[in-house]
Design a protein around this ligand. Structure first.
Ligand code: A2P
Length: 341
């Protein structure tokens, strides 16, 4: 059996990765529709050796689709996801529009695959930093419950889209030529710099990205008690995020036990060479499916604490790969069924 698939936001950083993953993972695609804004009409993208036209998303172009993978921003999803569902598709949405809606499952296949079964047409793909963190810490949480998480992120330009990635490169070359860096997509120069995540701040001083890590992790873990605090920083890396994570467990957790567990956890690759001081790096995580985890050590400030470090490809496992894995899960469990048709 094959499925008619639409990619909404096909020309973006995540969209082009979705296209590549559907091909390389041999997802059973029958017809494929590439959808974006009017800016992209006239362009084409390659899929399985064929050039497919990019079309404007509309009532008409959303007809007759079984699956829509959406990655075109929250407002585009709010406009079009319901239309796609009404026309018979299941939507896997990468934006933040539906993630905290209690009716809509928020799924990381390595963590809470069963939640997907309750979908009513839309499944939300979590925030990139949340996906990477939950994949790495869920196996530990299963053995010894986590009471508190303190996480600091080092987030790449890709989180702000393809245009932000291009902007960092342009800024870098401008600076190297002694010119002023230009900022159009990002609020401040990112090349040779870093800045706290530029999402909206709440009255407690936390930005949206930080609150996504708090709220989404609780929803994915189905644990409202777990205490989480986050500091999210954008760094001049192109497409993989890193995170320094401090975990406080109910009971002491030996680093060797954690290492043993993570060495055979799905979606995780342990990278540690203590002699060479060699640990996960964003450049090495780039284009890899697995979240690279390492530098696991006892927190010397707390008997039940562990420190760990990770790098993971933001566009891949942080976005497109997780969405395609959800789609594969739906196919496997016979859940790619319309709520409407
Ligand atoms: P377009 O290229 O036509 O602007 P990124 O996250 O890399 O910035 O990509 C965003 C994606 O979302 C692009 O494919 C972009 O298409 C698409 N997009 C943005 N706004 C809209 C919109 N209003 N309608 C449809 N697609 C949109």
């Amino acid at each position: 059996k094959s499925y008619s698939v639409g990619i909404l936001g096909a020309t973006g950083a995540v969209g082009t990765e979705l296209l590549e993953l559907l091909e390389s993972r041999n997802f059973p695609v029958g017809e494929l529709k590439l959808l974006a804004s009017e800016r992209s009409v006239g362009r084409s993208l390659r899929f399985k050796g064929e050039d497919l036209p990019v079309e404007l998303v509309s009532d008409r172009t959303l007809e007759n689709l079984d699956l829509v993978l959406a990655s075109a921003g929250g407002s585009t999803s709010k406009t079009w996801a319901a239309v796609a569902v009404e026309k018979g598709a299941v939507v896997i949405d990468n934006s933040s529009a539906f993630r905290m809606n209690p009716e809509i499952p928020l799924v990381v296949p390595e963590v809470n695959p069963l939640a997907a079964a309750n979908h009513k047409g839309i499944i939300a793909n979590p925030n990139c930093t949340t996906i990477l963190m939950t994949v790495a810490i869920w196996p530990l949480h299963q053995i010894n419950p986590i009471k508190r998480i303190v996480v600091s992120t080092y987030q790449s330009a890709s989180g702000a889209g393809a245009k932000a990635m291009a902007e960092v490169k342009t800024q870098a070359s401008a600076i190297l030529q002694g010119q002023q860096p230009v900022t159009e997509v990002l609020p401040y120069p990112l090349a040779f710099n870093l800045f706290p995540h530029n999402s909206a701040l709440n009255n407690l001083g936390y930005c949206e990205e930080e609150m996504k890590m708090v709220n989404e992790t609780r929803k994915i873990f189905n644990d409202q008690q777990i205490r989480i605090t986050a500091t999210c920083i954008r760094v001049p890396v192109l497409r993989a995020h890193s995170e320094a994570i401090n975990l406080e467990f109910e009971n002491p957790f030996s680093p060797d036990t954690a290492r043993e567990i993570l060495s055979h956890s799905p979606g995780v690759k342990l990278i540690e060479d203590w002699e060479k001081n060699y640990f996960p790096m964003p450049m090495e995580a780039t284009s890899q499916d697995d979240v690279l985890v390492g530098r696991i050590r006892q927190d010397i400030s707390h008997p039940c604490g562990l420190e760990l470090w990770l790098s993971g490809d933001q566009i891949r496992k942080g976005a497109a790969l997780n969405a395609v894995q959800i789609a594969e899960l739906l196919v496997e469990k016979n859940l790619l069924k319309s709520a409407k048709r």
